[in-house]
Design a protein around this ligand. Structure first.
Ligand code: ADP
Ligand code: MG
Length: 384
């Protein structure tokens, strides 16, 4: 039996990564009376700006990690590519890590991740690991047309190539520098959904309502919460998330991205060992947000009620909104946007807007989902 330490409000908490997910974590932690110390090389950072302190060192810096270990009792992450070795070093120094290093390691390589999901009894898309020329040559016809994805460090559709033959797969694998990849069969997706789950050290879990996700150019564009899918499908997706979190003995917030196919099957696509972009709306739409659950899980507190209290649509605000049709800098129409009912604006404090960079989001609430959708439509029209 592992001993469970409860860290009460007033304690110092550590955060690996300084992005927007960390910013919203820090806000939730500060609201509950915790003090957050961020480890993030770039300063200022979205999370550092709203935290007690930032250590401006890299995620693998021994100096940075040791300083963090000296200042905090528990650490969490907001960025999936924090090296598992960094979490291990912190754990060895006696710091509670939520998630633990092994769980993070399992999600950092798509091949390992898929094997893990399957071992939890959850189906995935047909796939094969591609690590050598022989692997490419041995790819079965049934996997084409497919998507070749680099096993590591992919996000927002980066490190992916659509391929329709072994020749194209080979060319793409060469283009990726012969790095470890996975070839997945390209499926006809009916809907993309995500399930955010939180598990505490006692093994209790809470699951959020299923989110329905819509991407543009590989980047999440908007999320509808709750997802417009059958209750049975939603329950199945939530059950899969529970199976995966339990199998990982996960502690913290985990997001499971899933595909719903035309034939009604539900497959897990990938995991994110942290709060997720698709769960931003939980701040306003649920009794407890994914960020507050992250605080509760790492401190060993009882998990919060995830009941949805208002239907919501979340729109991501990408840097493109800061450029007009001539590619000149402009300011998005904040005043018009905020004049709409139900609109909650979140900006992450990033100084420089760049195309495709996540700068903020808006959560649009309604009394009914139709009202939230209509308002979100209006907000999207204003934003252009
Ligand atoms: P990441 O989000 O890390 O960039 P994903 O594996 O989630 O990578 O892929 C990005 C998007 O590409 C998915 O949200 C989905 O729209 C599409 N996609 C990925 N895998 C498949 C697949 N096997 N079949 C069809 N579409 C896919
Ligand atoms: Mg994804």
């Amino acid at each position: 039996m592992t001993q469970i330490r409860t860290l009460l409000p007033g304690a110092q908490l550590g955060l690996l990564g300084g992005g927007q997910l960390g910013r919203m974590f820090s806000e939730a932690a500060a609201r509950m009376g915790y003090h957050v110390v961020v480890l993030e090389p770039h300063a200022p950072s979205p999370a550092g700006e709203v935290s007690s302190a930032q250590i401006a060192e890299g995620y693998s810096s021994e100096k940075g990690l040791d300083e963090l270990a000296g200042r905090v009792l528990a650490v969490t992450t907001e960025f999936e590519n924090v090296p598992a070795a960094s979490l291990r070093r912190l754990a060895e120094a006696g710091v509670i890590t939520a998630p633990h290093a092994d769980a993070v390691a399992a999600t950092q390589d798509r091949n390992v991740e898929k094997a893990f999901i399957e071992s939890a009894g959850v189906p995935t898309a047909p796939h094969k690991a591609v690590r050598s020329l022989e692997d490419v040559e041995a790819l079965e016809d049934s996997l084409f047309p497919g998507i070749l994805k680099t096993a590591r460090l992919g996000y927002d559709g980066k490190g992916q190539a659509r391929v329709s033959s072994r020749e194209e797969a080979l060319a793409a694998w060469e283009k990726f520098g012969r790095t470890d990849c996975v070839l997945e069969k390209r499926l006809n997706l009916k809907t993309e959904v995500s399930v955010i789950i939180c598990r505490n050290p006692q093994g209790d879990t809470v699951v959020f309502p299923v989110c329905e996700n819509h991407h543009r150019n590989g980047i999440l564009a908007y999320t509808v919460m709750p997802a417009r899918i059958d209750a049975e499908l939603a329950q199945r997706a939530q059950q899969f998330a529970r199976q995966i979190a339990d199998e990982l003995k996960y502690v913290g917030v985990l997001c499971v991205e899933l595909f719903v196919l035309e034939d009604g099957s539900v497959l897990a696509n990938e995991l994110a060992p942290r709060p997720h972009n698709s769960g931003h709306a939980t701040i306003e739409a649920c009794a407890t947000s994914q960020y507050e659950e992250q605080v509760r899980a790492m401190t060993g507190l009882p998990l919060g009620d995830t009941t949805q209290i208002a239907p919501a649509v979340m729109l991501n605000l990408l840097g493109d909104l800061w450029f007009d049709e001539n590619d000149s800098k402009t300011t998005p129409p904040w005043e018009k946007l905020l004049a709409l009912p139900g609109v909650k604006l979140h900006l992450y404090g990033k100084e420089e807007a760049r195309h495709a960079r996540k700068m903020g989001h808006v959560t649009v609430l309604g009394r009914t989902l139709d009202e939230a959708l209509a308002r979100a439509h209006e907000a999207a029209r204003l934003l252009g």
